[in-house]
Design a protein around this ligand. Structure first.
Ligand SMILES: O=P(O)(O)OC[C@H]1O[C@H](O)[C@H](O)[C@@H](O)[C@@H]1O
Length: 436
């Protein structure tokens, strides 16, 4: 992975990072790296995530999915960290990205249409929940199960469950004697892409999961006590310094359709890990070149509160543009779509510092298993580094738990502190409407 920080230095943009700031920051990066290494060595909660490339046993995953390896497609039932890693990986690497369907919402119309559109006899079910209690996941699992039964397909023969050692999902799996894989110890969901949590659908679809782990290991080996020697830390340190300088929004803009979900995965990683104590960059999502024609206006000329993170593979598929046979289009002659999207990338990256706005560049060699594994791992390490520099609790998400508890209490009809807040809000809302 290659990171270019030139367009985010103070000499190029405002907000930007002074070279001297970066040199000072480098000493803090060294201290943070030491803390991270200590956490990894002791397998401490959260830090253990960065050991996954060596801790994950690909063979165990292959064995667990063997009974469903003939499936043509996979339906994942999970949410957040229990869905986005697998979604990102299969979107980037599956021959047919449509072969992995993710049910990570409980929109009834969507769930019904998704199930109606699948040949369930040829579809494996991948149910994932670290806690085994998440309402959306458990509800969708029950709906999926019933759909299989209604169509006369034995769901117990088509399923793999990944969950913790206890909880309702574990109990259901034991009750039906389902093949199960454990969630890794000490690893929050959003950091678990390179474990069974993210690797079951790729394994079923024949994606090179060993390559993904090898790429992750490469990124782990590239961590070093200086941001100048470590692309992951260079990215993290710059993101931190830019936030300090006022770039409170981080818009991630991959120039590859197959990396669109990477933006979604990154958004959870950044938001849940770093959105604490009144700080944390707000992740925004864009796709190049498409969003040049919708969001770029704001990125260049809007508030000076953003950094755009550009992401692209250096190699692209070869699709030539046919002879335009029209003078006005002659500039396209002899080019290909890869050349065009790369020209758009170069032009757009340059357009930001030209408007005094910062940009960071992240490039991977190509869209293969090694490079995708490397990218995911490096962004996780960058996130952990930012958490150290900002001194926040990177590996918890207490503000999300509030909503989860409130939902459960509302559905059960229980009166709790959370539902009291909801009742109060409802009362105020009604009062406001009546006074209009
Ligand atoms: O894996 P689960 O326990 O079902 O949790 C799924 C998701 O639930 C919550 O929203 C958490 O904030 C996420 O971090 C987590 O990934």
């Amino acid at each position: 992975m290659h990171v270019d920080i030139g367009a985010a230095l103070a000499s190029a943009a405002d907000p930007g990072v002074e070279r001297a700031t970066l040199d000072d920051l480098d000493e803090r990066v060294a201290a943070a790296h030491e803390r991270i290494e200590q956490g990894r060595n002791k397998g401490e909660f959260g830090y253990a995530s960065l050991n996954l490339p060596e801790a994950t046993d690909a063979e165990t995953i292959h064995d667990a999915v063997a009974p469903v390896a003939d499936a043509e497609s996979v339906i994942t039932v999970g949410i957040g960290g229990s869905a986005l890693g697998a979604k990102t990986i299969t979107e980037a690497l599956a021959e047919d990205p449509g072969s992995h369907v993710v049910l990570d919402n409980v929109d009834p119309e969507h769930v019904r249409r998704t199930l109606d559109g699948l040949s369930l006899a040829d579809t494996a079910i991948n149910v994932v929940s670290r806690s085994g209690t998440t309402a959306e996941t458990l509800a969708n699992f029950l709906v999926v199960r019933e759909a299989y039964e209604d169509r006369g397909v034995d769901w117990t023969e088509r399923i793999v469950v990944t969950t913790g050692e206890s909880g309702p999902l574990r109990a259901l799996a034991d009750q039906h004697d389902l093949p199960t894989l454990p969630v890794p110890e000490g690893v929050p969901g959003r950091f678990s892409a390179l474990s069974a949590v993210g690797l079951v659908p790729p394994a079923i679809l024949g994606i090179d999961i060993e390559g993904l782990l090898a790429g992750g290991q490469q990124a782990a080996d590239d961590l070093a006590p200086s941001l100048y020697d470590s692309p992951a830390y260079a990215y993290g340190a710059m993101a931190y310094a830019l936030e300090e300088a006022g770039a409170t929004v981080n818009a991630v803009m991959p120039y590859a359709e197959r990396l669109e979900s990477f933006g979604e995965w990154f958004a959870q990683l950044w938001a849940e890990s770093l959105g604490k104590d009144g700080r944390g960059q707000t992740p925004a999502r864009a796709l190049g070149a498409t969003d040049q024609h919708s969001q770029l206006q704001l990125y260049r000329a809007g508030h000076r509160d953003k950094v755009v993170t550009f992401v692209r593979p250096r190699e692209r598929a070869d699709v030539s543009i046919p002879d335009p046979d029209h003078e006005d289009l002659s500039y396209l002659a002899g080019t290909d779509l890869g050349g065009l999207i790369d020209a758009e990338y170069e032009a757009t990256v340059a357009s930001l510092p030209a408007a005094d706005q910062p940009a960071l560049e992240v490039e991977i060699d190509r869209l293969d298993a090694e490079s995708v594994g490397e990218l995911l791992y490096a962004m996780e390490a960058a996130c952990v580094l930012v958490g150290e520099l900002a001194d926040v609790e990177t590996f918890t998400q207490p503000a999300v738990e509030w909503g989860k508890n409130a939902t459960r209490a509302l559905i059960r009809g229980e009166a709790t502190d959370e539902t009291a807040v909801i009742d109060e809000r409802e009362r105020l809302r009604i009062g406001e409407t009546e006074s209009l």
